[in-house]
Design a protein. Sequence first.
Length: 391
Amino acid sequence: MSALPTYDAKQIAALEAQAEAILGVFAQRSYVRTETSVLQPAEIFLDRSGEEIRRRTFVLTDPAGSELCLRPDLTIPTCRAYLRSGGKFPARLCYHGLAFRHQPAEPERPTQFYQAGADLLGLSDRGEAETEILTLAVRALRAAGLDSLEVKIGDLGLFAAFVDALDIPPQWRGRLKRHFWRAGYFETLLQKLSRGASSDAQRLLAHLGTLEESDARPAFEGLMDLFGTTTAGGRTREEIIDRLIEQAADAAALRLDPKIADVISKLLSVSAPAEDALKELRALTKSAGVSLEASLAAMAQRVATLKTLGVDPQKVRFAARFGRNMEYYTGFVFELWSRDAEGQVQVAGGGRYDTLLENLGSRKSIPAVGCAIRTERVLAASRAQSKRGRR
C-alpha cells in the first residue's frame, strides 16, 4: 500500500512558511488565490490528463452514482472553476493545496502531496506570458530557499511545426505528432511508414485504403462477419473498424521518403544545453529546407529569460522529445530540478496548455500557460542545500 504521510508541528510550520513565501511571489504579480474542492468529477481528469495520471487517480462513486475522484492535479480544477464562474480574461490565478496520486510502482512514496501553482489564462502575447510564468517559477523557488536550479525545456509545438513543413501524407502527420514522445513505439511507427506495404495483408489494407470511408466501412464489416469477429482486446466492433480504416489509409499512402524519416529522427535526437541545441536545430532545419524561425526565436527568448534570472546557461537543457506526462500540454514545456539529500529531484514544472479551457467548455480559444510546484520536495531540497552550505 502507498505511504500515507503525516506531518508533525515542526513540518507543518515549515510547509506553511514556505507556502506563504511562494504565494507572496505570486501575489506581487496580482495572482489571485483560489481554492477548489478536493473531490472532482472524474471525467475531467480521465479524459484530459494522460495515461500515467489516469492510472494513478483515485476514483470513487458517490451515493447518487456519480463518478468522482480525488484531484491528482490542481491545474484542471482551477481552470474549470474559473471558467464556470464566468470570470474575465486575462486572468491570473494561484493556489496551494493537496493533490492525490496512487503510487503502484513506488509504494514508499506518499499518495498525497502539497502543490502550489500559478495559471495565466487569456494573455494573447505568448512570449510575454511564458516569460512571466518562467520568472514566477524561478523567483518562487528562490523565495522558498532554493538557489541552485537546473532546467529542462521542450516544445511540442516545434516538432508539430516541423512535421507540418515536411512533405508527409496528411493522415500520418497527426499520428507522428501524437506519439513522438513514446520511445520505441515512435521508431517502429516511423520504420513502418518508411517501408510501405510488404505483405499480402498490408497490400489488401492498402487497396481498401484507396476507397472512400463510406465504401471502406461496409467492406470491413463484411470481413468481420466472414470471420465471425465482434470484439477484440476489449474494443467494440465499431472501434475495431475505425482502427482498420486508419491502418488502411496508412497502407494506401505513399511510402514515407527515407530521407524525411531520417531528418525526423535527427530532430528528435537533439538533446543538449539549450544554446547548443538552438544551433543544432537551426542547422538541421536549414539542411531540410524548412523554416521554423518563429519557434526557434521563442525558444531563444526563453533561454534569454532564464539567463536574466541568473540561471547558468549550461544548466538549461533542451530535449526535442521532452513532453511531460500531462496530455493537455500543447507547446512550450519546462521542468525545474534541484537536489535533496538523496539526489536530483524535480521541484516544479509547467508549460503551455492552449486547448484545455476549450476542452473544459469554453466557446472560444483561450491561451493558457502555468506552473506547478511540489512544495514538500522544495522543502527537502532547501534543507539539503542549507546543510551543504554549512559544511
